[in-house]
Design a protein around this ligand. Structure first.
Ligand SMILES: [Zn+2]
Length: 152
């Protein structure tokens, strides 16, 4: 995924690529070399990609939501949440209720695919992945907020 950004050194505009990865949790990286002045940047970071870059990329890329069905209990959601963070059981129940209240979790399609896999690994089969026109309309729990609240 890329967006136009200006070089930190000479302010020339260029395409900067961002890639998201998932293993135990989300991480991302970005790199560019300015053709104008040769300034090079490489960033590798743990955790979800943050704003403002995230918001700009979400304007251009697919945003989807993972929505759990009625047969998924709070306990099922807690089992799904617990391995994602060193969060205590009380906090996990609070987050489970929040996922339910907000109707699901939304983010980049690669983020939601990863969460879907985590859900399946915890025995959850009753869910849907739906396209959203925009992530920021408050129709679902944003992946970034969800991760912030996990306390990672
Ligand atoms: Zn430059």
């Amino acid at each position: 995924m890329d967006i136009e950004q200006s070089c930190g050194s000479c302010a020339t505009s260029m395409k900067v690529n961002y890639s998201l990865r998932f293993s135990k949790g989300p991480s991302w990286s970005s790199s560019y070399r300015c053709h104008q002045c040769g300034n090079a940047i490489e960033v590798d970071a743990d955790g979800p990609l943050g704003n403002p870059v995230r918001a700009r990329l979400l304007e251009k890329h697919d945003c989807v939501a993972l929505i759990f069905g009625g047969s998924v209990s709070d306990m099922n959601l807690v089992k799904f949440i617990k391995p994602l963070a060193a969060t205590d059981i009380k906090k996990a129940f609070t987050l489970a209720r929040k996922i339910r209240e907000q109707g699901g979790i939304c983010g980049f399609s690669c983020e939601i695919s990863w969460l879907k896999l985590c859900a399946e690994n915890n025995g959850i089969v009753d869910f849907q992945v739906v396209d959203l026109i925009q992530c920021v309309d408050g129709k679902a729990y944003a992946f970034l907020d969800f991760f912030d609240e996990l306390g990672n």
